[in-house]
Design a protein around this ligand. Structure first.
Ligand code: FE2
Length: 421
């Protein structure tokens, strides 16, 4: 009756359950007495939906140091370095780097990624490479591509035309970067233009919006207005929104209800926002993370994105969404048990909702994609960022790892140390 049963795991909500899988679907969650062709004993382990990353740049991944490292650590030097690299990187190189990263992702239980693809250069080699990667990983990893005009929709001479070309080639989502256009006016116009394109083509829309420390940047407001105008709701997202960190509180008291009214989602990227923002400050130095708890309190769906791993903007990274949530938890000061549990949901089910992948959950009828972690519950998973003992994608086991306890050789002490309490 079942091809695979994951036995006795603890679900994120605390229930202990067996999960029965047939083909690529979960068919039963509860107490299962039947046998299966294959069983995984998850007794005492956390079993959760796969990790999902709604904001990444896979065309640049694993390129750290090419053509040289980012000496100032700023967003602008990163953009400039990437401008050089994208002209010399070949399709084959980009595909190879991306596939290596996808292997890391799968091993960490990260099974869906939304990646922004730079559409600035007329050669569109990045688009060609990412479409090929998407095709190759499709059996086990959902890759969603965003047409991202890195150098501006209008600021780059062929910016608009290349976004449309990329969408015609099969890129899934419309992007944008209003704060990088020449003026506030042109930034706002780019949002009106891109919102229309998304609505007319029936596509999702995800904008790098106000990734700046400028408290006067007002593109989030325009984005929310355009999402409301076209009724895009949760099919639209604002990425970063870091200007909101620095904005006047009175203005924010008007802005957050407008965001909530639009139904759009928010995607802060804590690893990168904490390192890139505030670089022009002396002290006190701003953190540069958007107002996560306040947005959530207003009913906005907020996810955590990774953004970068080993590239011109970020010199570290592991493809582990628990690292991302761990940093987000600290910077947003989400330390109450309920807030920590929310941080775990943000990198699993809430990120999945942002990407329109509601079938990534542990319910009968859902896709049989899940992760078994060496942790007892979501908060412990955040504390330990533990081994992924098994990763199942669409009914297939795609990664296994042995439990990895430390071995001590101290006289009078136990031989093994488990980090779990
Ligand atoms: Fe980004």
């Amino acid at each position: 009756m079942f091809d695979l049963i994951v036995k006795g795991g603890t679900l994120p909500d605390g229930r202990v359950a067996d999960i029965g899988i047939r083909g690529d679907r979960i068919v039963e969650v509860g107490r299962i007495d039947a046998q299966a062709g294959f069983e995984i004993d998850a007794t005492g382990d956390l079993v959760c939906p796969p990790f999902v990353d709604p904001h990444f740049h896979m065309d640049a991944v694993l390129s750290y140091g090419l053509p040289r490292v980012n000496a100032s650590g700023t967003l602008l030097e990163g953009i400039s370095l990437w401008g050089e690299l994208r002209e010399i990187a070949t399709v084959e190189e980009m595909v190879a780097r991306a596939l290596r990263y996808c292997d890391w992702a799968v091993s960490r239980g990260l099974l869906a990624i939304r990646t922004h693809v730079d559409t600035t250069p007329d050669h569109l080699r990045g688009v060609e490479a990412m479409l090929e990667v998407k095709r190759q990983v499709a059996p086990y990893l959902d890759l969603q591509l965003v047409a991202f005009p890195q150098d501006g929709l209008y600021r780059s001479p062929t910016g608009r035309q290349n976004v449309l070309r990329a969408l015609d080639m099969g890129v899934d989502v419309v992007g944008g970067i209003p704060h990088f256009e020449r003026t506030m006016d042109e930034g706002a116009e780019s949002l009106r233009d891109l919102g229309r394109i998304a609505a007319e083509r029936g596509l999702m829309w995800d904008v790098h919006c106000d990734e700046t420390d400028d408290p006067m940047s007002r593109h989030v407001e325009t984005l929310a207005r355009e999402v409301t105008r076209h009724g895009l709701g949760g099919r639209a997202a604002g990425s970063h929104l870091t200007s909101m960190h620095s904005m006047d509180n009175y203005y924010v008291s008007k802005l957050i209800p407008l965001i909530a009214e639009s139904g759009m989602c928010a995607i802060p990227n804590p690893l990168i926002n904490i390192t890139l923002q505030g670089r022009h400050d002396t002290y006190p130095k701003r953190r540069g993370l958007t107002r996560v708890k306040e947005l959530q309190a207003a009913g906005v769906t907020v996810g955590w994105g990774q953004d970068c791993v080993l590239d011109p903007w970020y010199s570290l990274g592991t493809a582990d969404m628990l690292d991302v949530a761990f940093m987000g938890l600290h910077v947003a000061q989400m330390t109450h048990p309920a807030e920590m549990a929310r941080c775990f949901d943000m990198v699993t089910t809430e990120n999945a909702r942002i990407m329109g992948l509601d079938q990534l959950c542990l319910r009968p009828g859902a896709l049989a994609s899940l992760v078994v972690l060496d942790a007892g519950n979501p908060v412990e998973a955040l504390r330990l960022r533990p081994d992924r003992l098994a990763v199942i994608s669409k009914g297939r086991i795609v990664a296994r790892q042995a439990r990895n306890d430390a071995r001590l050789t101290l006289p009078g002490r136990p031989a093994a140390v488990r980090r779990r309490h």
